[in-house]
Design a protein around this ligand. Structure first.
Ligand code: SAT
Ligand code: MN
Length: 601
């Protein structure tokens, strides 16, 4: 049995932490306790002492293992149940009154049925366990763009991760007690039985119920459940955007910083782009890169008409495999201390290890805790993760704490596309940009259960995360194009184009700055591009490619335009839009038809 399941030593509630001054919150906690019947209730204050006590407790019951404290001080390993390693999209529901409001992009259940199903699962599930009440704030505590929530969970691992990933504890509770509305998230790991596992969202009630999984995206309810599914719904009602985007600041040698928000599906390099190290020549010239966020972006128009963005998170829940001193030195530096590793391999001297770390060490134990045997699979699970405070990142931007957010100059959409899609192109205008986002396709990754490498439409990288009908969501995006708006330019990138030999044609990582520089040049009206039916496409000579060796094939495929291929793609995009029926905004149909006609002409 997984050590996470039972909790033999109830924690004592700290003095003065027996509740809140908000009757509605206390009542909900009491109701949940009556349903789940925990042995003890702890209101989390977010303090260091509380965190240390949690760690000790998890080390004692086997939920965590200690790692080498000389090389990785304050860092620990968690091995999840082997059937509980990723998001479960087929078990994730959006429970609006009407199925059409959830849309074909979501699984739907009637709220009343969903509550009944979940409450039956929660009945008595915390007997023998401690129930933790976690007040948290998504975004800087003093930001008007931030939003609060309270997660109730029986998993100390979730508490520890929420402390890193959100502003958790006393300050958030104060904001809630001061009158902020808050999202109610109820979570239990249950028996970790995939047959008794559901993640339910009730956007009209600002409520989440999650049962049967301890994995990040299913269990850290502030993250995808709140900050994307519930928040996207709230954002639509309140005139803002909750997006699956990194936020990165690019400072040029003149000291001018442009912020870029970029949407890529899970495990497609958001963390790497957010923490990019400029190539040597750029570094010498004085270019700097500032990390604001690596996964989620909340944006709203400011008084000057520009979109201002905050990162609602306070930490990174990043994919470990592939992270190395070469691919992402900032991430690697961030995770040297005070990091929780989940499902990585371990070396003989208890250092964390994963495929692609390339540090000269070898693993002796795999993510399941068995002796490592390369014939039986990788040492780290492909979706192994690290959880670390954003403040530990050497490129962490001080502007990430700015309550007003940062102004966004460019929005970037991108996916994994082995063929057809060039390195970068720019949308002609906002409506075209929304179509580019809506038409995004990507090959699936290990971040969700299911087949890997299958091309699917993943509009704006929100397929698993949009809390309402995509047709309405695209309409909401279109609505930002108003008089006085100074909207960012919209781009599409593809770092994953492959050659005939199956190898990537673009070096990626730090060299992606060359593409970002071109985008900023476009924003400033300084960089060139050729007009094509799919948008403004740079020639190789429009980018700074000094020191990049590209083959002839790479040149042709990264900067070329495959007329016939795009024509077929636009037919497929048209079909996709039609799947949404009459709710799909006519403006997107018109845009698709216009481009399809130009491609046929
Ligand atoms: O597990 S998470 O959903 O938080 C990470 C991801 O898949 O993007
Ligand atoms: Mn993500």
């Amino acid at each position: 049995m997984n050590a996470n399941l039972k909790d033999p030593a109830p924690a004592t509630a700290a003095p003065g932490s027996a509740g809140s001054s908000l009757p509605a919150l206390n009542q909900w906690v009491a109701q949940v306790a009556a349903l789940t019947r925990p042995d003890a209730i702890v209101w989390c204050d977010g303090s260091d002492a509380e965190y240390q006590a949690l760690l000790q407790r998890m080390l004692a019951d086997g939920t965590l293992e200690t790692l080498n404290q000389d090389t990785h001080p304050g860092s620990y390993l968690h091995r999840s149940h082997p059937d509980d390693v990723a998001r479960v999209e087929h078990l994730t529901f959006v429970c609006t009154q009407q199925p059409e409001d959830a849309g074909p992009n979501n699984h739907w259940m009637a709220p009343r049925d969903a509550h009944a199903k979940m409450d039956a699962l929660f009945e008595g599930c915390m007997k023998g366990r401690t129930m933790y009440v976690i007040p948290y704030c998504m975004g800087p505590i003093d930001s008007p763009l931030a939003r609060c929530g309270v997660e109730i969970t029986d998993s100390p691992y979730v508490v520890a991760n929420m402390r890193t990933m959100t502003r958790m504890g006393a300050a958030a509770l104060k904001r809630i007690e001061g009158g902020d509305s808050f999202v109610r998230g109820l979570h239990s790991i249950g028996e970790l039985d995939p047959e008794r596992r559901f993640i339910m969202h009730f956007p009209d009630e600002l409520t989440i119920k999650s049962f049967g999984s301890g994995y990040g995206g299913n269990a850290l309810l502030g993250k995808k459940c709140h900050a994307l599914r519930i928040a996207s719904h709230q954002a639509r009602n309140e005139g803002w955007l909750a997006e699956h985007m990194l936020i990165v600041g690019i400072e040029n040698p003149q000291g001018e910083t442009h912020y870029v928000a970029a949407a890529f599906p899970s495990a497609c390099g958001k963390t790497n782009l957010a923490m990019l190290i400029p190539p040597e020549g750029y570094r010498q010239a004085g270019w700097k890169v500032w990390t604001v966020g690596d996964d989620i972006c909340w944006m709203r128009p400011g008084a000057d008409g520009r979109l201002y963005a905050i990162n609602p998170e306070a930490g990174y829940f990043g994919v470990a495999p592939g992270t190395s001193a070469k691919s992402n030195p900032n991430a690697l530096a961030s995770i040297q201390t005070n990091t929780i590793f989940t499902n990585v391999g371990v070396t003989a001297d208890a250092q964390p290890w994963w495929e692609g770390l390339d540090n000269g060490l070898t693993p002796v134990t795999d993510w399941r805790g068995n002796d490592f045997d390369a014939a039986k699979g990788p040492a780290a699970h492909p979706n192994a993760r690290f959880t670390v405070s954003a403040k530990q990142c050497p490129s962490y931007s001080p502007e990430a704490e700015n309550p007003a957010g940062v102004p966004i100059s460019a929005i970037v959409f991108g996916g994994r596309r082995a063929s057809l899609v060039p390195l970068v192109f720019e949308a002609r205008d906002w409506t075209h940009g929304v179509l580019v986002g809506a038409a995004m396709g990507s090959e699936t990754t290990a971040a969700a259960t299911g087949a890997v490498g299958v091309m699917r439409r993943d509009p704006m990288a929100m397929k698993p995360f949009c809390g309402y009908n995509f047709a309405d969501y695209f309409g909401h995006w279109l609505s930002f194009d108003q008089a006085g708006a100074k909207l960012p330019k919209v781009f599409h990138v593809n770092w994953f184009r492959k050659g005939d030999d199956g190898k990537f044609l673009w070096p990626g990582f730090g060299d992606n700055l060359r593409v970002l520089e071109w985008m900023i040049g476009r924003v400033k009206g300084e960089a060139g591009a050729a007009e094509t039916p799919i948008g403004h496409l740079p020639q190789a000579s429009d980018l700074n490619l000094d020191g990049v060796a590209l083959s002839e094939e790479a040149h042709a495929k990264l900067f070329g335009f495959d007329h016939a291929g795009w024509s077929a793609e636009f037919d497929s995009i048209g079909e996709y839009l039609r799947e949404y029926g009459p709710r799909m905004p006519q403006a997107l149909h018109d845009e698709q038809k216009r481009i399809a006609a130009a491609l046929k002409g």
